[in-house]
Design a protein around this ligand. Structure first.
Ligand SMILES: Cc1cc2nc3c(=O)[nH]c(=O)nc-3n(C[C@H](O)[C@H](O)[C@H](O)COP(=O)(O)OP(=O)(O)OC[C@H]3O[C@@H](n4cnc5c(N)ncnc54)[C@H](O)[C@@H]3O)c2cc1C
Length: 417
């Protein structure tokens, strides 16, 4: 029988690995501990709102090439939505200023001086030049060390962007990781900076079509299968233990672990992984009116950071939400709703039906010390590979990073033959 690859975890890293192997005609099986696939990227029907909502707003940019290739592979290429041109409208909750950043390429940076970030109120020409410091940032440098000198441009553009990308405060977030995203978006010009979100829901774009794709190719995805331990023998993994008896692996079989870092650390002796994490809080509110077109707004100077309106649901996200995540949901909801009502011009509209979703370990803390603990795809065991947004993809912990890690693991498995 042809060798089988056993993929542990059906988040985006596991699914993209499976899709990559299926496209190459490889035999594989996926094992997921939860009752549903998707991991940290999923949607669900919320009974209070009576609407489909995402666990959290997930933003992609059109320069996220691996994520878009994955969507094409699973037949979901048209399932995202967003503006035709790159545009980031902002609202400052303290000063009531509104402005829109229309990015171009950092390789041809005259947009900075004309219709681009120059529209950021209070930003000076000198502030734009501070952005160049990112190009030389070392691996221990933080975003704030590079950019905090750029005044209003920092507070109203660089900082909110970095917090969204790194889910870590700009004071401690890795400048090198932030740069890696800018290189693939701003570095490629306007067409790579168009914001995209799932038109209906994350599971409907990223997860359900992948499960159909795999099923059609005879690749099983088994839910409620929590890997308890790996059996090691002669420099390779020889068995998997799911708690109900051990499964012996055949010669040539491979294992790809795509579980969260703490779980991987418990399964693989001596594995060094990032340990600290950062939270994200999302608030979803049902509006009185329905909007025909999805739109988004960056919020400055309040609790909420990025607001999305899809149909009659307004969803606002708070990254690096260490303090907020410990607050009671009604307090969080009241604070976020006050800001949404102001941003959307809803006057004193009373708090509508809402759902607060707290993801305490949304991503690993993307600070220089933790970034240096990311392992690569290979391990000391010849048939054991790692994937996940926390592995060393060179990118932040994002959909793009997770998909890329899954593809890298699929390539490593294929190189065994
Ligand atoms: C609220 C929130 C907002 C986000 N916003 C964005 C955004 O705007 N843009 C963006 O690009 N990214 C965003 N992300 C990050 C993105 O969701 C992740 O990078 C991506 O989903 C990680 O995928 P993964 O497969 O690496 O990990 P996971 O999704 O964590 O998948 C791991 C899977 O392994 C399973 N598992 C765990 N233990 C076992 C075991 N022992 N046996 C079997 N299975 C196991 C888990 O149940 C899970 O399904 C956000 C994340 C969150 C939480």
């Amino acid at each position: 029988m042809a060798p089988t690859t056993h993929i542990i975890g059906a988040g985006l890293a596991g699914l993209s690995c499976a899709v990559g192997l299926a496209l190459a005609g490889w035999r594989m099986a996926v094992y997921e501990a939860a009752t549903q696939a998707g991991g940290r990227c999923r949607s669900f029907h919320d009974p209070v709102l009576d609407r489909l909502i995402d666990n959290g707003n997930h933003i992609l940019l059109s320069g996220n090439s691996s994520a878009f290739a994955y969507l094409e592979d699973i037949g979901a290429g048209g399932s995202l939505t967003g503006p035709d041109r790159a545009a980031f409208p902002f609202f400052d909750l303290q000063s009531n200023h509104r402005w829109t950043v229309r990015p171009g390429s950092i390789l041809a940076p005259w947009w900075l001086f004309s219709g681009g970030v120059r529209r950021v109120p209070g930003a000076r020409v000198f502030d734009y030049l501070q952005g160049l410091r990112l190009a030389w940032a070392g691996k221990d440098t933080t975003v704030a060390e590079c950019l905090a000198g750029s005044g209003a441009l920092y507070r109203r553009f660089w900082e909110p962007l970095a917090v969204a990308v790194l889910n870590t405060s700009a004071e401690e977030g890795s400048a090198a990781l932030f740069r890696s995203v800018l290189r693939e978006t701003l570095g490629r010009g306007e067409a790579a900076c168009r914001l995209r979100i799932a038109r209906t829901g994350l599971s409907e774009s990223f997860i359900a079509p992948a499960l159909v794709f795999l099923e059609q190719r005879g690749c099983p995805v088994r839910m409620n299968q929590r890997l308890r331990s790996l059996v090691f023998d002669n420099g390779r993994v020889s068995g998997l233990d799911f708690g109900a008896g051990k499964m012996n692996l055949a010669t040539g079989d491979a294992v790809v672990l795509t579980v969260p870092p703490a779980t991987a650390e418990g399964l693989v002796p001596g594995l060094v992984v990032p340990r600290a994490s950062r939270a994200i809080v999302n608030g979803h509110f049902r509006l009185q009116q329905r909007y025909d077109k999805m739109f988004h707004l960056g919020l400055i100077g309040g609790i909420g950071q990025w607001l999305f309106v899809r149909g009659d649901i307004a969803s606002v996200s708070v990254s690096a939400a260490g303090d907020l995540v410990e607050s009671p949901v009604n307090t969080i909801a009241a604070g976020l709703w006050d800001e949404i009502a102001r941003a959307l011009g809803l006057g004193g509209a009373s708090l509508p039906a809402y759902r607060i979703v707290k993801e305490k370990r949304a991503t690993f803390a993307q600070i220089p010390a933790e970034v240096s603990r990311r392992p690569g795809v290979g391990t000391p065991w010849s048939n054991l590979f790692l994937a996940g947004d926390w592995t060393d993809t060179g990118l932040p912990a994002t959909i793009e990073g997770a998909v890329r890690s899954g593809r890298a693991a699929a390539a490593a498995v294929r190189s065994l033959m």
